[in-house]
Design a protein around this ligand. Structure first.
Ligand SMILES: C=CC1=C(C)c2cc3[nH]c(cc4nc(cc5[nH]c(cc1n2)c(C)c5CCC(=O)O)C(CCC(=O)O)=C4C)c(C)c3C=C
Ligand SMILES: [Fe+2]
Ligand SMILES: [Fe+2]
Length: 344
């Protein structure tokens, strides 16, 4: 009888278990640098109530009626300027970070990457990891500074996906690492190397972080404090090095979106103000971004240059994010190995 037959051990469906998975997650990016792809991506991203904290009934008509009919064209032009033959820099670099971690961890751990919005999705990658037998999974949100709009949305989506699984894996998350010595040392080493290779000695270094609405700080989001702590600890390390002798550091927030008050000072306004007050040589680092993306490669490197030079500056450079630099990969490895302790 079928019922009895299904209970026989030899007829048990094949299952894989006993493996460990690591999933690097970054924000997300469109599938292509065209308005249609950007519109699909922005619709998903900007519909997340963690990103736009306006009641859905009020926000969706604005999003669908105005934003998605204007922003995709403009953003697609920005994406087209930074797109490479390997696709979106953000997805490509995140994929290469995952490959580097996989090389370090070896066969015992399955390492992959996902994008919170767009593809490859968290749902797809978590499903694949469990199908490969990963019953312990470490999620690594690639955000040094905690923010509800980024870190918490990864948690939300992972929980949603697991909510649909019968056999859920055990889960761990890499905590925010804004004040972790491994991160600060990696940044200090990598930025020193890059500044030493410049053709000019900067007078000013901007540490530019992605902005957030001011009210999120008032509501208790630690993001602003995390950014300032990173900036202070990084400054303390850099100030000791000859490459930064006499350099003035400023912390700014970029990528303002919409009419609300955002964290200040704004990166673009600061670039103009620096140029106008006579700063000639300026360098920008973006320590909050684990990988270069449209915000660093277009907004900072292209728009930012125009803003500074038009305001009177003469030398301008935007330094690379940690990406897959030797110090960057060593740092990600160290964080992941620490959080895997007891599992490997
Ligand atoms: C209200 C809107 C936005 C909030 C809040 C926000 C927070 C936030 N974003 C990042 C990191 C990235 N954002 C990126 C692109 C991007 N961000 C917004 C809007 C908000 N971000 C938009 C509309 C876009 C798309 C580009 C554009 O139209 O300007 C990216 C790059 C993605 C890529 O494909 O390259 C990153 C990374 C953080 C860390 C953050 C809060 C701390
Ligand atoms: Fe953003
Ligand atoms: Fe931007």
């Amino acid at each position: 009888m079928t019922w009895q037959k299904q209970r026989l051990p030899n007829d048990h469906p094949p299952v894989k278990s006993g493996s460990i998975g690591v999933l690097l997650v970054n924000l997300g990016t469109p599938d292509g640098p065209d308005p249609g792809s950007v519109k699909r991506y922005l619709k998903q991203f900007l519909s997340d109530p963690r990103v736009i904290e306006i009641p859905k009934l009020a926000w969706q008509p604005i999003l669908r009626g105005i934003i998605l009919n204007t922003r995709p064209q403009k953003s697609a032009q920005a994406y087209a300027k930074i797109w490479t033959e390997r696709g979106s820099p953000l997805a490509d670099i995140t994929a290469r970070q995952a490959e580097a971690v996989a090389d370090d961890l070896g066969e015992s751990v399955v390492v992959d990457y996902a994008m919170r919005y767009g593809s490859p999705s968290i749902e797809q990658r978590l499903t694949e990891l469990t199908e490969k037998g990963c019953d312990r999974i470490l999620i690594a949100p690639m955000y040094p500074q905690y923010c509800a709009a980024t870190t918490a949305t990864v948690f939300d989506e992972v929980a949603r996906v697991l909510g649909e699984m019968r056999w859920q894996p055990a889960l761990r998350f890499v905590p925010p690492y804004h004040d972790d010595p491994a991160y600060l040392d990696a940044l200090a080493d990598d930025l020193t190397r890059q500044v030493a290779a410049l053709s000019f000695r900067p007078e000013v270094m901007l540490l530019s972080f992605h902005g957030m609405p001011q009210r999120t700080l008032e509501q208790g989001d630690p993001y602003h404090c995390h950014c300032h702590k990173t900036a202070r600890l990084l400054r303390e390390r850099l100030a000791e090095r000859p490459e930064f002798e006499g350099v003035r550091f400023e912390t700014t927030f970029q990528s303002r979106f919409g009419p609300a008050q955002w964290l200040e000072p704004a990166t673009d306004a600061t670039l103009v103000a620096e140029g106008q007050k006579g700063t000639k040589r300026l360098v920008v680092a973006a320590p909050g971004f684990a990988a270069d993306c449209v915000e660093t490669l277009e907004e900072l490197a292209l728009e930012g240059r125009d803003e500074f030079i038009e305001a009177g500056g003469s030398d301008y450079a935007v330094l690379d994010c940690l990406n897959v630099s030797a110090s960057g990969v060593k740092m990600i490895d160290a964080l992941i190995r620490r959080e895997l302790s007891g599992w490997i």
